[in-house]
Design a binder for this molecule. Structure first.
Ligand code: PNS
Length: 177
């Protein structure tokens, strides 16, 4: 069993992220979800603290997952929590290009390795950016995000549909995705 760090901006968390967390638990055991700033995405919709709270509420059924917010470098977070390596999810070829560059750079400056996990095919189109855009215009994102995230988006953008009253659970992805 290893402890791994899954860093990301999670602005907000969506079902693709949950898939990577669940895969990481099954493969490695203990997962630390690291909520971090992405310097290429400077203006976040939610604060790091809000993102952390939404993730905690969404993965409460996974006791071996801890959620923490970090400032600074992902490799420093790895060392701080004594993780064995970084885990990242891959959706598309575009993701691979970016992640490969980050993985090589992180390894070059610290020796920390990165492992990629492929997202479930049904979830590869989900992105936090599209979720933010749809919610801002009052669209329905309840099939793309866990219920606690849909509830926060509905608070931020009145008119955005509320989640159905189902608890956070490891249910499979919606069939239409
Ligand atoms: O979910 P994202 O936005 O793809 O996550 C990117 C994130 C936050 C993991 C990345 O920007 C990051 O590692 N930020 C911390 C700063 C850092 O370590 N930069 C060096 C990159 S080689």
């Amino acid at each position: 069993m290893a402890t791994v760090l899954y860093p990301g901006s999670f602005d907000p968390l969506h079902l693709g992220h949950i898939d990577v967390i669940e895969q990481s638990v099954a493969l490695f055991g203990k997962v630390i979800v690291g909520v971090m700033h992405n310097p290429t995405k400077p203006s976040g919709m939610f604060s790091l603290a809000q993102r952390k709270d939404m993730i905690r509420a969404s993965i409460s059924y996974l006791p071996s997952v801890k959620v923490m917010a970090f400032e600074g470098l992902a490799v420093d977070a790895v060392k701080q929590v004594k993780a064995a390596f970084i885990v990242k999810g891959l959706r598309t070829g575009g993701d691979f290009e970016v992640e490969q560059q980050m993985a090589h750079t992180n390894h070059a400056v610290s020796g920390v390795r990165t492992v990629y996990l492929p997202c479930k095919p049904a979830l590869v189109s989900i992105s936090s950016r599209f979720i933010r855009e749809i919610a801002q215009y009052g669209g329905d994102v309840t099939s793309l995000v866990p219920a606690p995230v849909a509830a926060e988006l509905a608070k931020l953008f009145p008119g955005t549909p509320l989640p159905a009253t189902r608890a956070a659970s490891p249910e499979p992805a919606p069939e239409h995705l």
